[in-house]
Design a protein around this ligand. Structure first.
Ligand code: NAP
Length: 546
């Protein structure tokens, strides 16, 4: 710890060390928050459960892990010096490169001394008398802070291992993509089973297929996936891109998703089929998530969506040689993009390899895990390793695993029993001076996360500065503005095709989790304007107290 206790609070009175702010999590969000807090002259401490900084990019170190937003955009924009100094080597950065980048930023800004690693925050309770948060960790430490900032991420340590009977009997090794070991895992020559075919499964499968002896892919719901077309960024191209960084960042801020992939403002239904096929083909060749903005209504109109989905289904049938496997890989029953569109590198072609087998769980569900492998309704698959690519208790999970209590000791778990309630995704009524970075009710996972994180961190930093300048003790979402915001989040989602799919966006992947569409779909640009307006109007919708 390099910073002393805050001046205005005696540590003894507080029952432990005291800071102006505690930040939970040292990924993109927590590290930038720390930087901004220091610029404000506030004392701060960051707690991080991992052995190292990096957040999502620390935990998800499975083979093939790679970002699906282009490297140039998936990086901090707040410092031109940082963005000019760092050089990305590929169009879509790998997990190790992103982690190196996070370390580079932390070192340049000298952020590490205030980060306590291997320390999980277990509880945070608001003390109404002291008007401080008491934050407890799994190391038995308790600290007091005026502000508690949750930079806990959306898809971090809350990895879901499904309750399949028999896992304890398995004689081999099992792993989860979201909690991958930091020591090398040797899969060469092994018989490996992967359960799950979302973004993580679709990345790990082609990455390990060439080295393993045999790969069984246990698929329940097939995903839509389009080629990433990753490629190296040569130094000349990188220099050219760096020269245009200012314009690129400005365009990202004006976009709905926090990055710009050649949007087309026509309807898919106002052009003929030949034109649509040509458009989809061009985007398929170019690669990347730009496929989903081929037309403006792909996520608004089922008929429009069907045209894009039909194109991808035809591609799957053309790539995968075995017709039975191809048919099993074809997604059906939900709009394309309503579950996260995956970007892949040779995913479908992996199924043409002799050592890769698709096990269609819709036809033959997993019965149990047995000592030698996985038994389905009609066969037993002998395995040395099982890889769970089964996702996360996303968005709310990382927050609710902490026992957060607001006014009157109200547990956040109780307040959110029927789904997350926030005002602008930033604050919760009844939880003064608690902020959430890129959490439920904000664009978060449906945007370029780094852009959304920077926007939230900047907003929170400006808010803290405002409180300081105006000698205000606390800020808290008003209950009526929170209720209105939650209604608005739901209304906006209801105008799209997103709620038509069962997905982790709606909490459907976790048994017993309330079904609520959690991210805000109003667009990064409009959302930012709204947040700025609220601040300009003296934090309208929030309750400020002296
Ligand atoms: P996910 O999208 O939730 O996928 C989980 C997969 O596991 C699904 O195919 C699911 O099938 C399957 N599954 C879960 N329980 C199962 C069970 N009991 N039996 C059989 N199958 C089961 O999780 P994810 O792939 O880790 O991705 C989560 C999110 O992380 C992504 O949507 C994306 O936002 C992010 N991510 C991004 C990248 C990237 O940037 N490229 C990479 C990885 C992850 P059902 O659908 O049938 O439940």
């Amino acid at each position: 710890m390099t910073q002393g206790p805050a001046q205005n609070l005696s540590p003894e009175a507080a029952g432990g060390l005291a800071y102006d702010a505690v930040v939970v999590g040292a990924g993109f969000a927590g590290l930038y928050m720390l930087h901004r807090l220091r610029q404000l002259g506030l004392t701060a401490r960051v707690f991080e459960a991992g052995e190292d900084i990096g957040g999502t990019w620390y935990w998800n170190s499975y083979p093939g892990a790679r970002c699906d937003v282009e490297s140039l955009d998936y990086s901090y924009s707040f410092s031109d010096a940082l963005q000019q100094e760092w050089t990305w080597s590929e169009r879509f950065a790998t997990q190790p490169e992103i982690l190196r980048y996070i370390h580079f930023v932390a070192d340049r800004l000298n952020l590490r001394p205030q980060v306590s690693l291997r320390t999980r925050v277990t509880a945070a309770a608001y003390d109404e008398v002291a008007r401080r948060w008491r934050v407890e960790t799994d190391r038995g430490e308790a600290v007091m802070a005026r502000f508690c900032i949750m930079a806990t991420g959306c898809l971090t340590a809350a990895a879901v291992v499904p309750e399949i009977p028999g896992l304890g009997d398995f004689k081999g090794r099992w792993l989860h993509t979201g909690n991958w070991p930091k020591q090398p895992v040797d899969l060469a020559g092994r018989r490996v089973g992967v359960i799950g075919t979302g973004s993580s499964g679709i990345q790990v499968i082609p990455a390990i297929a060439p080295e393993v002896a045999q790969l069984c892919v246990f698929q329940r719901t097939p995903s839509f996936s389009v080629p990433a077309r990753n490629a190296p960024l040569d130094p000349a191209r990188m220099a050219e891109l760096k020269a245009g960084y200012a314009q690129r960042r400005a365009a990202n801020l004006q976009s709905a998703a926090g990055y710009v992939y050649d949007p087309n403002f026509q309807s898919a239904l106002e052009v003929d089929d030949a034109q649509r096929q040509a458009e989809y083909e061009a985007r398929w060749r170019k690669g990347g998530a730009g496929f989903l903005v081929a037309y403006k209504d792909l996520l608004l109109n089922q008929a429009a969506n069907d045209t894009a989905a039909g194109f991808v289904r035809a591609k799957i049938r053309a790539i995968v040689q075995d017709p039975v496997t191809a048919e099993a890989l074809v997604p059906r029953g939900f709009p394309m993009g309503a579950r996260r569109l995956c970007l892949d590198s040779d995913y479908y072609a992996s199924f043409n390899r002799a050592n890769v087998k698709l096990v269609d769980l819709l036809k033959s569900p997993i019965d149990r895990i047995v000592p030698e492998g996985i038994r389905t309704a009609d066969a037993t698959y002998a395995l040395d390793v099982i890889v769970f690519a089964t996702g996360f208790d996303a968005m709310t999970g990382p927050l609710l695993r902490i026992d957060i209590r607001g006014r009157g000791g109200l547990p956040l778990r109780r307040k959110w029993a029927r789904g997350p309630l926030t005002y602008l995704g930033l604050q919760v009524a009844g939880f003064p001076n608690l902020f959430i970075v890129a959490g439920p009710g904000s664009p978060s996972v449906l945007s370029n996360m780094v852009v959304s994180i920077e926007q939230h961190v900047d907003w929170i930093a400006q808010c803290l500065h405002y409180l300081q300048r105006n000698a205000l003790a606390s800020i808290e979402a008003a209950a009526d503005s929170e209720a209105a915001w939650v209604r608005h989040v739901n209304e906006v989602a209801g105008r799209t095709l997103y709620p038509l799919a069962s997905s982790w966006y709606t909490g459907a992947n976790v048994a017993g989790k309330p079904r609520v569409f959690t991210p805000y779909l109003g667009g990064v640009h409009k959302y930012r304007e709204r947040c700025e307006q609220v601040a300009a109007q003296g934090y309208k919708g929030f309750v400020l107290q002296r």
